[in-house]
Design a protein around this ligand. Structure first.
Ligand code: JB2
Length: 215
């Protein structure tokens, strides 16, 4: 491997669309994305960051001295699984928080979390490990976001909303105060959630109706 690689930089898992936004958020926050491992190990660059192999390369990177890692994979289940593997290898999961995000000092942010540009996270909210709070999303006060969930771009949670592990809210989804969304549930783009949703369902519409199990 090139001796010029910065072992103080962050190892990125995944080299697709989500990785691009993560890399630029890290850079905006003054961090360096050093190398990428991707399921497709073909040597190439993503926004100037070299793809150096697939996940089998991770132990060697750790041995070389890399210690910080970010899982930049949109799939909630895969991101959670790969985050666990990276921790087992001794990596620390860093956060990618764009400096334009406004985060309450009383909010608690886990590890391996992406908070994209233009996000607002208000008082006493909690963001679980490996969650994605995507571009322009709003999390009002006292919300509780489970591990590896994903709030899509421009989605909005009113106060006291609970989002289960690996749940996904599509672009522009909205949730009224105090609602609980179950683990692994998907809310379609633009959906408006006005009642609790159970685990692992697909809910779409305004207001949302359950259309079956999560696809
Ligand atoms: O097990 C894996 C693995 N599986 C897929 N390990 C590693 N290291 N990489 C893996 N990949 C790689 O993730 C694929 O080879 C591909 O390069 C990348 C996924 O790229 P894609 O652009 O398809 O999806 P994404 O996860 O980066 O972004 C999705 O989620 C975002 C939140 C898209 O839906 C985006 O539009 C969305 N903004």
């Amino acid at each position: 491997m090139s001796p010029t690689l910065d072992i103080g930089g962050v190892v990125i898992i995944g080299g697709g669309g989500h990785a691009k936004v993560v890399i630029e958020s890290l850079r905006a926050a003054g961090k360096t994305a050093a190398v990428i491992v991707d399921a497709d190990p073909t040597p190439r660059e993503v926004l100037g960051v070299p793809v150096v192999g697939d996940d089998l390369k991770l132990p060697a990177l750790r041995e070389q001295g890399f210690s910080e890692l970010f899982v930049a994979i949109g799939s909630n289940r895969l991101r959670q699984k790969l985050g666990g593997k990276a921790r087992e290898l001794g990596f620390t999961l860093v956060n990618a928080i764009h400096p334009s995000a406004v985060i309450s000092p009383s909010a608690r942010i886990g590890e391996g979390v992406a908070v994209m540009a233009g996000v607002a996270i208000n008082a006493d909210s909690r963001i679980g490990d490996l969650a994605i709070v995507n571009t322009g999303a709003v999390v009002d006060h006292d919300c509780d976001l489970g591990a590896a969930c994903h709030l899509g771009p421009a989605s909005a949670l009113a106060g006291g909303v609970t989002v289960g592990e690996r749940a996904f809210l599509g672009v522009g989804a909205r949730v009224i105060p105090g609602v609980t969304i179950g683990a692994d549930t998907v809310v379609g783009a633009g959906g408006v959630v006005v009642r609790d949703l159970p685990d692992a369902v697909l809910a779409i519409g305004v207001p949302v109706k359950i259309k079956g199990d999560r696809p």
